[in-house]
Design a protein around this ligand. Structure first.
Ligand code: AP5
Ligand code: ZN
Length: 216
């Protein structure tokens, strides 16, 4: 399956992408995770992306599209992938169609995760992410067995710079202005499926699987 998860910051895209990709044995491709790995590794790409990320703005399309083209061209993505955090505007969606045309393949489904703003703020203020494997925890909703330690790999959990409240508010504005138009773009392509992303992580996973089965 070749699918995209779209939804506001904190909707649970990363959480669900991790679970679904592992069950389907396809890679999860998260542009946010790739950028963060480059920022902490001090690479040229990381240097280009950091200021945008800290403000909650989108990294320029040419940088992001080139990175995704490279990632989707790798061997493990040949038979399918779950994209988390890309595309994020209509120009990126058009670039993705072009990338898939060139690689030979097309998107099967775009899953929209719907969640209200109050829930987003609660989820992001308590989020802790693993420095080592990118697994996501929440101090109240998905607490790790030992404080500050990743359940999956034992790595160190940290709080993201862009999870500060004023940055979260700006990311929500950017989502509304630039990313939400993708919903009608993909409706027009006939591949959009949408679910409510409230409730427990397991409940959302079940809804996501049912929606992907019906839409793909
Ligand atoms: P990115 O990392 O993609 O951030 P985002 O889209 O804002 O999404 P988040 O990672 O904040 O949320 P999520 O939906 O994955 O939620 P999660 O599963 O973690 O992007 C960061 C930055 O990188 C951007 O601002 C931009 O600068 C740059 N960037 C990335 N992609 C780009 C692109 N394509 N173009 C340009 N720039 C780009 O869940 C959140 C929390 O809630 C967690 O703590 C989790 O444990 C908890 N939780 C999850 N599900 C539930 C549930 N059902 N119940 C209770 N808690 C839950
Ligand atoms: Zn980990």
């Amino acid at each position: 399956m070749r699918a995209v998860l779209v939804g506001p910051p904190g909707a649970g895209k990363g959480t669900q992408a991790q679970i679904l990709a592992s069950e389907m044995s396809i890679p999860k491709v998260s542009t946010g995770d790739i950028f963060r790995a480059n920022v902490s590794g001090g690479t040229e790409l990381g240097k280009q992306a950091k200021a945008y990320m800290d403000r909650g703005d989108l990294v320029p399309d040419e940088v992001t599209n080139a990175m995704v083209r490279d990632r989707l061209g790798q061997e493990d993505a040949k038979d399918g992938f779950l994209l988390d955090g890309f595309p994020r505007n209509v120009a990126q969606a058009e670039a993705l169609n072009k990338i898939l045309d060139d690689l030979g393949g097309r998107l099967d489904a775009v899953l929209e995760l719907r969640v209200d703003q109050e829930e987003v703020v609660k989820r992001l203020s308590g989020r802790r992410q693993c420095r080592n494997c990118n697994a996501v925890h929440h101090v109240d909703f998905e607490p790790p067995a030992a404080e500050g330690v990743c359940d999956t790999c034992g790595g160190e959990l940290f709080q993201r710079e862009d999870d500060r409240e004023e940055v979260v508010r700006h990311r929500l504005d950017v989502y509304r202005e630039q990313t939400e138009p993708l919903v009608s773009f993909y409706e027009g392509e006939g591949i959009l499926v949408a679910i409510e992303a409230t409730g427990s992580v397991d409940e959302v996973t079940e809804r996501a699987k049912a929606a992907l089965r019906s839409g793909a």
